[in-house]
Design a protein around this ligand. Structure first.
Ligand SMILES: [Mg+2]
Length: 284
């Protein structure tokens, strides 16, 4: 075991998991993920899943987790499609929204009764997101709505610079679209609906009667997963199976360090319980 690894010695009240790089990478569950989730559920401990990715809706995550052997209720999953839609519905229900987004987010906004528009003269809110159909036409609409007509403000689904893929590759994520709009308009994005925003944490723990200080956010990204936990007084566990490396964590000062660092995700089950369950590192 790497000496940076530090695992919890007790069970927590609820477990909130990032998905990509934490539970799975690409189309494969990471070692220990299945037995970990099954053991937490067997003990009746709430398990929730979060994603900053707005290109899928929660139903698509239900299908993905099911295919990977982890059947999950849709109510246990939240992502930026949900948090973005809920925030606009609660705070600006009558706004005309220009969504620089793929279909899942646009559908969700429409279903919530939000009016979508591509007419810069009437747009109130420009939503920047991870949109693989982003182009100059969309940038011009955002520019006209914000800079020329001076009526719209800018929000974003998530602050990620890129979305990691297996094999070390990746795709430009929402931060690239937001930066393009900020660069030409001189505006600043006003709200972020993804981790590390506390709106994500509220969505994750909705309906649970738990003490945040005794819950844990588990993820692979220091700037989003771990930062959200630090900002909200929640425990945090950084897995070394995705973006963050042992060197990244070693170089952090104490204020930015996760509570726990895990070489494999099933170390969330305390070592004493591993012994009772007869678990070893050779099986997952
Ligand atoms: Mg991740």
């Amino acid at each position: 075991m790497n000496d940076i690894v530090k695992a919890p010695t007790d069970f927590q009240q609820a477990y909130v998991f990032d998905m990509d790089g934490t539970i799975y990478l690409g189309d494969h569950l990471l070692p220990g993920a299945k037995r970990l989730i099954e053991e937490l559920r067997r003990r009746g401990i709430p398990v929730r899943f979060l994603s900053n990715n707005p290109t899928k809706d929660p139903q698509q995550y239900v299908e993905k987790l099911e295919k990977l052997g982890l059947p999950t209720d849709i109510s246990d999953i939240s992502n930026t499609v949900v948090t973005t839609t809920n925030w606009i519905k609660e705070n600006h229900p009558d706004a005309k929204v220009f969504a620089i987004a793929e279909e899942p987010l646009k559908n969700s906004l429409r279903q919530a009764g939000i009016a979508l528009s591509e007419d810069p003269e009437e747009i109130d809110i420009v939503v920047s997101s991870y949109d693989r159909g982003f182009d100059y036409r969309k940038l011009q609409i955002a520019f006209d709505a914000i800079w020329f007509h001076k009526r719209a403000f800018l929000v974003q689904t998530n602050p990620d610079r890129f979305c990691p893929f297996p094999g070390g590759r990746g795709e430009p994520d929402c931060a690239a679209m937001t930066a393009a709009i900020e660069a030409c308009t001189g505006t600043t994005c006003q709200v972020n609906f993804g981790k590390p925003s506390p709106v994500m944490l509220t969505a994750a723990l909705a309906g649970l009667d738990v003490d945040v200080a005794h819950c844990v956010m588990v993820g692979d990204r220091l700037a989003t997963d771990i930062q959200m936990a630090l900002d909200t007084g929640m425990g945090s566990a950084c897995v070394l199976t995705g973006e963050a490396t042992a060197d990244d964590i070693s170089s952090l000062d104490d204020a930015h360090r996760p509570t726990w660092v895990l070489d494999r995700i099933d170390r969330l089950i305390p070592a004493s319980a591993w012994a009772e369950l007869g678990w070893t590192e050779n099986d997952d």
